[in-house]
Design a protein around this ligand. Structure first.
Ligand SMILES: Nc1ncnc2c1ncn2[C@@H]1O[C@H](COP(=O)(O)OP(=O)(O)OP(=O)(O)O)[C@@H](O)[C@H]1O
Ligand SMILES: [Mg+2]
Length: 246
C-alpha cells in the first residue's frame, strides 16, 4: 500500500524498444522502406512489469548486469522515457544525472552550459547565478569555465554535471554511473556530498557497478535481471546475495 511517505511509486512498468531487424544502409533506403511499410522490427522488452516504491529519504541502489534495464528504469522515473505500459508517480523535483553529456551543448563553454543545464532543470538564471561560484568551486574547473566543453575530458564533464545537479535542493537525486569516470579523489568528494544531501532528507536513486559503493550509499536495493525485478529489499542483504550469484 502506498502512503504519504512514498515519494516514487513504480507500478507495473514495461518498456518496449523496437530494434530494426535489417540493416538499412542509407537514409534514402530507410525512407523508401518506411513508405513501402517494409521496415521490420523486433520487439524488445527492456523492462517487464517492474514495481517498487521508494520512501522519502531512502537511498535506493539499482543493481544488475549490463543491459538489465537500470538506466531505462531511471529514464522512465526522470520522465525522459514514457513507459509502454504501467505508470510512475513522482512526488517531488528530480535532479537527474543519467547520461554523460545529456543536457550539455558541446559547442558552448562550461559557463554557458551551467546556465543551459540549470534551465533544463527548471531553474531560473538568477538561481543559477547565486550558485554559480559554488558549482565552479566544487567541480574544481575554474580555469576551464570559458573553454567549450567539447574540449573537456569525460571526467571533467562528469564533475561539472555532478556539481550542477547537486547544487539545487531537488527532492530526488538520480545518479547513473557518472561517478565511475571521476578520479578516486573526486568520487570520494561526490560520495560525501551525496551523504550530506541524504542527511538533509534528499531521496537518492543510485546505479553503480561498484557494489561496494551501493552498499556504502544505499539502504535499499532493487536487483534487475533481464528487465524484471529479481529481488528487492535491504541493500546489504540484496547486495550480498547478488555478489554470491556472480
Ligand atoms: N533506445 C533504445 N533502443 C533500443 N534498445 C534500447 C534502448 N535503450 C536501451 N535499450 C536496450 O534495453 C536494454 C536495457 O538497457 P539499459 O541501458 O537500461 O541497461 P543497463 O542495466 O543500464 O546496463 P549497463 O549496466 O550496461 O548500463 C539493453 O538491452 C539495451 O540494448
Ligand atoms: Mg546503464
Amino acid at each position: 500500500m502506498e502512503d504519504n511517505n512514498t515519494i516514487i511509486s513504480v507500478n507495473d512498468v514495461s518498456m518496449r524498444f523496437n530494434l530494426a531487424r535489417e540493416k538499412v544502409d542509407s537514409l534514402k533506403e530507410y525512407i523508401i522502406r518506411a513508405v513501402k511499410g517494409k521496415l521490420q522490427y523486433d520487439e524488445f522488452w527492456a523492462l517487464n512489469n517492474v514495481s517498487f516504491d521508494v520512501n522519502k529519504g531512502d537511498s535506493v541502489g539499482l543493481i544488475g548486469l549490463n543491459g538489465s534495464g537500470k538506466s531505462t528504469m531511471l529514464k522512465v522515473i526522470a520522465g525522459v522515457l514514457k513507459p509502454t505500459r504501467g505508470s510512475v508517480r513522482v512526488n517531488g523535483s528530480v535532479a537527474p544525472l543519467i547520461e554523460l553529456g545529456a543536457g550539455f551543448d558541446i559547442d558552448l563553454t562550461g559557463r554557458e552550459n551551467v546556465f543551459l543545464n540549470g534551465a533544463l532543470l527548471g531553474r531560473s538564471r538568477k538561481m543559477m547565478q547565486e550558485v554559480f561560484d559554488e558549482i565552479v568551486e566544487f567541480s574544481e574547473l575554474r580555469e576551464f569555465m570559458d573553454v567549450p566543453v567539447k574540449n573537456y575530458s569525460s571526467g571533467m564533464l562528469s564533475r561539472l554535471a555532478f556539481s550542477i545537479a547537486t547544487s539545487g535542493d531537488a527532492d530526488i537525486l538520480i545518479v547513473d554511473e557518472v561517478l565511475s569516470v571521476g578520479d578516486f579523489r573526486f568520487q570520494e568528494k561526490c560520495q560525501e556530498r551525496i551523504h550530506r544531501m541524504m542527511d538533509k532528507g534528499t531521496t537518492v536513486l543510485f546505479v553503480s557497478h561498484s557494489i561496494e559503493q551501493v552498499e556504502e550509499i544505499c539502504n535499499k536495493a532493487v536487483w534487475l535481471e533481464g528487465g524484471k525485478v529479481r529481488m528487492k529489499g535491504d541493500s546489504k542483504e540484496i547486495c550480498g546475495i547478488y555478489k554470491q550469484s556472480r
